[in-house]
Design a protein. Structure first.
Length: 265
């Protein structure tokens, strides 16, 4: 069994230093791996990223992250990623990492993702160049996730996790205004997960959403935005099954709370 801790949308800034550190320092008791599902900063500055890096530096478990739309706000996302990587965080964008966790090979494939909508209510590559570019970017994100999941599968991992910021299914958006669903995720992410295979999908972004969802192909999806899980992190237990897949069940969460959460997505 592997214990996966996850949280997104922590939105840390200069006044947040130390807010999550006490909870994160307990991770060795609860989890084997920490996933950060984007929107780690408020405005995507290197200064804010250094605060995030300080919260996770030297933790007793590996840390894997994707960036979110807030982390792109200042057009300095590469610097944000470098600040995190300098403290040992695996920052993914259409890439993957394989970790040895308690005798199992756990592969994490990550991408920020993007908007577009869901089956029957989505945008398409038709019309103005701007609309085509919008959907093509979403498609490239999904293709990057698919490639990363394929890399993980090729390495014979016992468990495969898809980490995104934007939502792959509408299930976990329940509670958000339906009018903004197309701006919270895309069905193309779920298609990549179903086509390439994943044991668990983790995302953030939907502050008013719901924790539990599932793709059409049966991949369990968890919205770990901090306002949703109402905790410093949630923990999920993954156990490989005899058929090569896994079971994903919620475990107890840390009671620690903290961090700053913004209303903006």
């Amino acid at each position: 069994m592997t214990r996966i801790a996850a949280v997104g949308d922590i939105h840390l800034g200069p006044d947040s230093a130390g807010a999550l550190r006490p909870a994160f320092e307990t991770l060795g008791d609860y989890a084997d791996l920490l996933l950060l599902a984007g929107d780690l900063t408020r405005h995507g500055t290197p200064e804010e990223a250094r605060v995030v890096a300080g919260e996770v530096a030297g933790l007793p478990v590996p840390v894997v992250a994707v960036l979110g739309n807030h982390d792109y706000q200042s057009d300095r996302q590469d610097e944000v990623a470098r600040e995190l990587a300098a403290q040992g965080v695996h920052v993914l964008e259409g890439t993957s990492v394989v970790l040895d966790v308690r005798g199992m090979r756990v592969g994490v494939a990550g991408v920020k993702g993007f908007c577009g909508g869901f089956a029957g209510r989505s945008g398409s590559e038709f019309g103005e160049p701007e609309m085509k570019d919008f959907i093509r970017y979403t498609r490239r994100c999904a293709q990057g996730l698919g490639r990363a999941l394929r890399e993980v599968a090729d390495q014979g991992c016992d468990l495969r996790i898809a980490l995104t910021h934007y939502a792959p299914v509408p299930d976990t958006l329940a509670g958000e205004p339906p009018e903004i669903f197309p701006f919270l995720g895309s069905y193309l992410l779920a298609e990549a997960m179903d086509e390439e295979g994943a044991d668990l999908a983790v995302h953030g972004h939907a502050h008013l959403g719901t924790e539990h969802g599932v793709t059409a192909g049966g991949v369990r999806v968890r919205n770990v935005a901090m306002p949703v899980i109402d905790s410093a992190f949630a923990v999920y237990h993954l156990t490989p099954s005899n058929g090569g897949g896994s079971t994903a069940t919620p475990a107890t969460r840390s009671a620690a709370r903290g961090g700053a959460s913004a209303d903006a997505r």
